[in-house]
Structures are given as structure tokens and as C-alpha cells.
Design a protein around this ligand. Structure first.
Ligand code: PMP
Length: 425
């Protein structure tokens, strides 16, 4: 059996460096919130494959559903032969999503495909091209979604001209030193200087920015965006690829607001580790594209769809939305205690929406200057301690916790013990 180092060396020779790595670990097997590497070392998983494993690694219910589907068929291409579980999943999501009126759902494979298709639908429905996104937002790595992503390094650097008709507004958050008023004022300037609102097809926003640092969009912002969209015939798209599916203590993060979006993008935890994404939205917008304009060879793959139906069953059966809130409170209480300790690195802005939990590492206690170098060290130390931990944020100094919602309290506490060691000053 090869070691982690041997596999990593082969990876470096065979695979481009543009595909980054947050750890040098090579996985051997995984179960719920634990992972074992090729050398037999065990890890507590606070990353969940970047928000994909809300139902845990190899959830038995999900695995059984996939096995059962695998025995029947693994692929037809939905555009060639349809299959009932795809239709059932769409019906279930249409009922669950916080969207008014008649709702339809289309499935794709990756998060980027979901956000890109949402824009295509909005453009087809409005006959307009303009897209407004937010600084620090992440929507994918394809040409259009990379343009919508509001972070230059590493997502845009070296990849040539951005696509036209995409504009960014500063995302408001205390840690980013931007208020809702400033954000909206900037949008107003943009409508005067750059693009007539009558030419804007869509505004796309993450209700809680994921890669951007776990900042929640304030309710006043969401309300104002809804109003601007209504007044100008613009489609409001919620990118719930990272927040989706119970992570924030509601099934959809948009349920935290008193306004509703027109389209919702989902992916990641939708299918518990199988590649599946979707756009859920108002039927009139979803139906604007002509037959053949949407889809993809693997879009809505039968194995992934079987997994996704099982994921919904697990959510209902195990009451995972409630569990997200319990996990969030447990972890935040511990992080707040850690924040008081002088023998640990200075922590700032402990925050959580349900179990979407983060804090910043700063240079001085009580200060705000980001410490990106130390943050990287903490994730490396965590790996040594047997904890898989991710960072994020526009200043690269945010530690985020995305532990599976099926994790037992004892495992969560063990992970936090390891985090404490990794955070020692
Ligand atoms: N939107 C958001 C909010 C995301 O967090 C991500 C992935 N981090 C994406 C879109 C893109 O998803 P994928 O990597 O599956 O293309």
C-alpha cells in the first residue's frame, strides 16, 4: 500500500497544480464524520467534502438506494429515456423550495452548471443579458461563473478576459467594513453609470457567502434586492449551493428571510456525495428556454438522483434541520470559550447560521488584522492532530466548520478538542 507522501508525489507529476489541495491526505475509507487515510490514520471530518456531506460519508440509507438503482441501470441520458426518480425528486423539491406560485426543477451535475443554467434561464425569460453579483461571492469556475465569482485570486488570475455584462456590488458585512446602505448606494451608482436596470436579467446572491467567509446577507439587503428586482423585472437568484439543504438550520437558507427568490441553485449536499445539482424556480422562468437549450449528457444521473431522494428521506427521518441548530449552538458555545483564552491564537467574529460556522484568526486579541499565514498553519496542525479543517474568506483568515449534520456529539467534541490543540498560541 502506498503512503500519503508517495501518492502526493505521483499526483504532483501526473496532475496539474491548478487543482489545489487543502490537505496532503489520501483517503482510504470514510464513515459518517470519520475518515481513515491510506496509512490507517483516523481523522474527524469538519470539512464534509466542502459542504457535500450533510448526511455524512456513506450514509447507509443513501448507499442502499444507490446500490438498488445500480442494479437496474446507471445511465440513459434523461433527454433520451426519462426515469421516474428524476421526476419524483423534482416534485419533492418543487414542494420544499421557498418560491411562490408554480415551481419546476431541472437537474445538472455541478454547482457551476446550476448557477450558469440559472443565468441562461433568466436571460431567456427576460430577453436581457446583464448579471449583477457580489464581491466575495463564489459561483463556480467555468467562464461565466468564474466571471460572476467575486474574487480574482486564484479564480480569475491568468484566465483571460472576463465575459461581458457581469457586474459586482460590494457585499455588506461588518468584517468587510461594508454596510447595506453602502452596498445599495453602489448599486444605484452602477445603474446610473454602467448598466440600465432594464438591461439586467438577474441578480445572483448567496444568502450566506461560503467561499467568501461565511457572511450572511442582511435581511434589509435581501428585501431591497427583492424590491429592485420587482420594480425592474429582474430575476432574483439565490445561490444555495453551499447553504442548501439544512446546513443553516432551515432546509433552504432563503427561509431565514421574509422575501423569496425566483430561482434557487442547489448542489453539494443535494445528493450526499454523488454529483448532482439543480435549479428550482418559478415555472414561467424555468420554461423560457426552448427544448434542447438546457440539460446535459449526465445531468440528473440516475445514481445521483437515487442518492438525492434518499438524502431527503434521511433529512425527514433524522430531523437534520433541527440537528443543524443544535450542532451550531454546541460548537459556537465552545468557540466562544476558546475565544476568551490567552493560550490560544486570537480569534474574532465567531459566527454561525445554523451549522454553517466560522471564525477569523487575527494578529492581535481584540483586533481585526487578518492572519492568513497563521490560518494556514492551523489547518496544517489540524491535519497533524487528525482533524480535517478548511479555511475560506476573501482575506484567507477564516476557519469554517461544515461537520456532517449526522455527526454524534462525542465526535463533534473530539473534533473541537483537536481544533483547540491546533489553535494553541
Ligand atoms: N456556488 C457556491 C455558493 C459554491 O460554494 C460552489 C462551490 N464551492 C459553487 C457554486 C460551485 O460548485 P461546483 O464546485 O460544484 O461547480
Amino acid at each position: 500500500m502506498s503512503t500519503n507522501a508517495e501518492i502526493f508525489a505521483r499526483r504532483e507529476a501526473a496532475i496539474p497544480r491548478g487543482i489545489g489541495h487543502s490537505t496532503p491526505i489520501s483517503a482510504q475509507r470514510a464513515l459518517n464524520s470519520e475518515v481513515w487515510d491510506v496509512e490507517g490514520k483516523r481523522y474527524v471530518d469538519f470539512a464534509g467534502g466542502i459542504a457535500v456531506l450533510n448526511t455524512g460519508h456513506c450514509n447507509p440509507h443513501v448507499m442502499a438506494a444507490v446500490r438498488e438503482q445500480m442494479e437496474r441501470f446507471t445511465h440513459t441520458c434523461f433527454q433520451v429515456l426519462l426515469y421516474e426518480p428524476y421526476v419524483t425528486l423534482a416534485e419533492r423539491l418543487n414542494k420544499l423550495a421557498p418560491i411562490d406560485g408554480a415551481v419546476k426543477t431541472a437537474f445538472f451535475t455541478t454547482g457551476a452548471e446550476a448557477t450558469e443554467n440559472a443565468i441562461k434561464m433568466a436571460r431567456a425569460a427576460t430577453g436581457r443579458a446583464g448579471v449583477i453579483a457580489f464581491t466575495g461571492g463564489f459561483h463556480g469556475r467555468t467562464a461565466l461563473t468564474m466571471t460572476m465569482t467575486g474574487k480574482v485570486f486564484p479564480y480569475k488570475k491568468g484566465f483571460g478576459a472576463a465575459l461581458p455584462e457581469v457586474w459586482h456590488v460590494p457585499f455588506p458585512a461588518p468584517q468587510l467594513d461594508v454596510t447595506v446602505e453602502e452596498s445599495l448606494k453602489y448599486l444605484g451608482f452602477m445603474f446610473k453609470a454602467d448598466i440600465d436596470p432594464a438591461r439586467v436579467a438577474a441578480i445572483i446572491i448567496e444568502p450566506v457567502q461560503g467561499e467568501g467567509g461565511f457572511h450572511q446577507a442582511p435581511p434589509e439587503l435581501m428585501r431591497a434586492l427583492r424590491k429592485i428586482c420587482d420594480e425592474n423585472g429582474i430575476v432574483l437568484i439565490a445561490d444555495e449551493v453551499q447553504t442548501g439543504y439544512g446546513r443553516t438550520g432551515k432546509m433552504f437558507a432563503m427561509e431565514h428571510y421574509d422575501v423569496k427568490p425566483d430561482l434557487i441553485c442547489v448542489a453539494k449536499s443535494l445528493a450526499g456525495g454523488f454529483p448532482l445539482s439543480g435549479v428550482i424556480g418559478k415555472a414561467a422562468i424555468m420554461d423560457a428556454a426552448d427544448p434542447g437549450g438546457l440539460g446535459g449528457t449526465y445531468a440528473g444521473n440516475p445514481l445521483a438522483v437515487a442518492a438525492a431522494n434518499a438524502v431527503l428521506d434521511v433529512f425527514e427521518k433524522d430531523k437534520l434541520v433541527d440537528r443543524a441548530n443544535v450542532i451550531g449552538e454546541r460548537i459556537v458555545a465552545r468557540l466562544k470559550k476558546m475565544q476568551q483564552r490567552n493560550d490560544l491564537l486570537p480569534m474574532a467574529a465567531v459566527r454561525a447560521v445554523g451549522a454553517m460556522i466560522a471564525f477569523d484568526i487575527v494578529k492581535e486579541r481584540g483586533g481585526e488584522v487578518p492572519d492568513a499565514e497563521m490560518t494556514k498553519k492551523v489547518t496544517q496542525r489540524a491535519t497533524d492532530e487528525g482533524l480535517i479543517l478548511l479555511s475560506c474568506g476573501t482575506s484567507f483568515n477564516t476557519i469554517r466548520i461544515l461537520v456532517p449534520l449526522t455527526a454524534e456529539d462525542a465526535i463533534i467534541d473530539e473534533g473541537l478538542d483537536k481544533l483547540e490543540i491546533a489553535m494553541s498560541a
